[in-house]
Ligand binder design. Structure first.
Ligand code: ATP
Length: 336
C-alpha cells in the first residue's frame, strides 16, 4: 500500500478532524502517503486535493468542523460521476479511499466501488448516530453535550418564569440525540420519531401530562424535547397548539446548527482517533467495502451496506426509564 485518500462528506461532525489526524499519523507510521480530497465527493470530481503530512494535522484535534471541508454532491449519484471519480483516483495512484460521513456518504462509497477497483472504507461520522452496527458515531457525544448545555440554560429561564419550553433538537429520522439529551437534562417529555407514531394522540398526551404536572407541582417550568421535522408546521406550530389547548404560555426554542459545531468531547476524540488508525490498518490489510465500527469497546469491520440495510434502534432501557419517569408525574409529587 503506497497511497490512501481521505474525504469528509455529508453533515460535518465534531471529531472529524481528530479522525483525519489519526489517519495521517497512522499512515505516516506505516510509510503510506495520504491525500485529502476537499468538499466531499466534489473534490473527487474536480481533483481538488492536497497531500497531508503530520505537520498539516497538528493542533486540529480540538477543532470542530473539518479541515477538508464537507459538502453534499447530488451529481455523484450518476454513473458518469462515479466513472470520473475512478479515473481521477487512478490518475493519482490512490489504492484506498477512506470516507468519513453518514450512511448517505457510505452509499456513495458503494456507488463508486461499482466503477473503481480500489478499496473503499467508511468511517461513521455524523451527529445523528443513525448508523447501524456501531454503538456510537463520531460527533454524537458532542452533539448530546451541546444540546444538553442549551437545555440546562433554557431550564433556568423556564424556572424563573414558570414557563413551558419546547426545545427542538436535530434528528429528523432518529431520536438518539433527543432521547439522550432529554434524559440527561431531566426534561419532562421527549418527542422523537421512533416513539411518536400518532401525532394527534401525542398532542392529547402532552396536554394531559402538562395539566397533571401543573396540578401536582403548581405553576412550574416544563420542558419538552422534540426532534426536528416531527410536527407539521414545526415546533412553533406545536407551541401554538399547546397554548390554545392549555391557555399556558409555550415558547419554542430551535437549537439548529449549533449542535453540529464545537470542540469535540473526549469520547468523540478517542472514538475518532481509534477508528481513524484502525481504518488505515484495515486498508493496509487489503479490506474493502467495509465500514469500521465499535461495539462494546471493540473495534471491528462490517460490510458497508450494513449501515443502511438495518435500522438502528433506540436503547430500550433508556426508552423504558424515560417512560417510567414520565408516568410518575401522573401519580405523585414530581421532583426533577
Ligand atoms: P449526515 O446524515 O450527517 O448528513 P450523510 O453522509 O448521510 O451525512 P447525505 O447528504 O445523505 O449525508 O450524503 C452525503 C453525500 O453522499 C451526498 O451529497 C452524495 O454526494 C453522496 N450520496 C448519498 N447517497 C448516494 C447514492 N445513493 N449514490 C451516490 N452517492 C450518494
Amino acid at each position: 500500500m503506497r497511497k490512501i485518500a481521505v474525504l469528509t462528506s455529508g453533515g460535518d461532525a465534531p471529531g472529524m478532524n481528530a479522525c483525519i489526524r489519526a489517519i495521517v499519523l497512522t499512515a505516516e507510521h506505516f510509510g503510506v502517503q495520504i491525500i485529502g480530497y476537499k468538499h466531499g465527493y466534489n473534490g473527487l470530481l474536480d481533483q481538488e486535493y492536497l497531500p497531508l503530512k503530520a505537520r498539516n494535522v497538528a493542533n486540529i484535534i480540538q477543532r470542530g468542523g473539518t479541515i477538508l471541508r464537507s459538502a453534499r454532491c447530488s451529481s455523484f449519484k450518476t454513473e458518469e460521476s462515479a466513472k470520473l471519480a475512478a479515473k481521477n483516483l487512478n490518475a493519482l495512484g490512490i489504492e484506498a479511499l477512506l470516507i468519513i460521513g453518514g450512511d448517505g456518504s457510505f452509499r456513495g462509497a458503494c456507488h463508486l466501488a461499482k466503477h473503481w477497483q480500489g478499496q473503499v472504507i467508511g468511517l461513521p461520522g455524523t451527529i445523528d448516530n443513525d448508523i447501524y452496527g456501531t454503538d456510537a458515531t463520531i460527533g454524537y457525544h458532542t452533539a448530546i453535550e451541546t444540546a444538553l448545555d442549551s437545555i440546562d440554560k433554557v431550564r433556568d429561564t423556564a424556572d424563573a418564569f414558570e414557563r413551558i419550553f419546547l426545545v427542538e433538537v436535530m434528528g429528523r429520522h432518529a431520536g438518539f440525540i433527543g432521547l439522550s439529551a432529554a434524559l440527561a437534562s431531566a426534561s419532562d417529555q421527549v418527542l422523537v420519531p421512533e416513539l411518536c407514531t400518532d401525532l394527534n394522540t401525542e398532542v392529547d398526551n402532552i396536554v394531559s401530562h402538562l395539566q397533571a404536572a401543573m396540578n401536582k407541582r403548581g405553576n412550574c417550568s416544563y420542558i419538552i424535547v422534540t426532534a426536528e421535522n416531527l410536527w407539521p408546521g414545526g415546533v412553533t406550530n406545536l407551541a401554538q397548539t399547546l397554548h390554545e389547548k392549555t391557555k399556558l404560555e409555550c415558547r419554542p426554542v430551535i437549537l439548529g446548527h449549533v449542535q453540529r459545531g464545537g470542540s469535540p468531547v473526549s469520547q468523540d476524540r478517542l472514538l475518532a482517533t481509534k477508528m481513524g488508525a484502525y481504518a488505515v490498518e484495515q486498508a493496509i490489510a487489503g479490506k474493502t467495502n467495509i465500514m469500521v465500527a465499535e461495539q462494546n469497546n471493540q473495534l471491528l469491520c462490517l460490510p458497508i451496506e450494513t449501515s443502511w440495510q438495518q435500522r438502528k434502534t433506540l436503547d430500550p432501557y433508556l426508552v423504558k426509564i424515560q417512560q417510567e419517569f414520565f408516568d410518575i408525574t401522573k401519580q405523585a409529587e414530581h421532583v426533577v
